[in-house]
Design a protein around this ligand. Sequence first.
Ligand code: NAD
Length: 330
Amino acid sequence: MKRILVTGAGGFIGSHLARHLVEEGFWVRGVDLKIPEFSKSDCQEFLVGDLGDPHTADRATSEIDEIYQLAADMGGAGYIFTGDHDAVVMHNSATINLNVLESARKSGVRRIFYSSSACIYPERNQMDPGNPDCSEASAYPAAPDSEYGWEKLFSERLYLAYARNFGIQVRIARFHNIFGPEGTWTGGREKAPAAICRKVAEADPGGEIDIWGDGEQTRSFLYIVDCIEGVRRLMDSEFAGPVNIGSEEMVTINFLAELVMQIAGKPLRVRHIRGPLGVRGRNSDNRLISEKLGWTPSLPLRAGLEATYRWIDQQVQLNRAPTMAGISED
Ligand code: NAD
């Protein structure tokens, strides 16, 4: 049986992917700083440890055939784009990638998937919210707008260098805003879909929610199930990438908020406030992945948001429950 390592298996995409791989019949080891927050891990073996430590990376990669490398210091705009965490993000994520690759080489791992990001694309091609260019070839000359993006670009090159010099097979995807149940939804690292679902779920009827900026910035969002399918197809193909895995259903953040309010059946006022924004427009360009792997997303944004809103609404209610109990006891 093929033995797989999922790094970052305690996180959002890693925990969904590990579950999927176990269901497919693989033997899966997970490694992360933490176990999954919202459900039990399905991995046959789970190592809690810091991949910034080369010994942990050695233990994690021993007797492994293939790796899915999803561990990174990451978050939404409130974490990545303020500048306050730049050194930590670059140091942590680069060290993870350096250690995982070197341990994989020593252990004789045959193939590694690396999760890069749309944040590697140059800011200059993402100024027009109606017409951003995120084709794979547009990555160079490089000019990402965040240090998170620069680290991802460095690491893409690191994986390609290991492939060139040591014959390790790499597969690289650039994810565009993946969302779904069991993702970070509060605490400062959540991304736009989860943050908006939480704000709507928490708002009183007829109340208001805050949106950062004028809300006319554009993005596309890919539901987790489609992301996993894209990753698996890429990993099993002979195409190395880098390739976009995202949705081409581009919407403004104002539209996203409207959609969540419709799903919740809760019309609310929107207050635009100052906040970290990132690029003005971004959309996945799926021409390459559709040509190479025949992959396109299967679900519209609305369907993914319905499932995500339901889950976040439950979390909000669960988190309120102890407070209510506390009040009645007093
Ligand atoms: P996540 O934060 O939920 O998962 C990342 C996991 O890495 C976390 O569980 C964290 O504890 C773990 N980790 C961090 N530092 C570690 C360390 N030193 N040792 C061991 N584990 C460590 O994020 P996610 O949304 O699941 O993202 C997975 C990957 O996909 C990341 O590499 C991320 O940069 C990339 N990505 C995600 C998106 C998205 O929209 N979610 C978009 C682009 C790229």
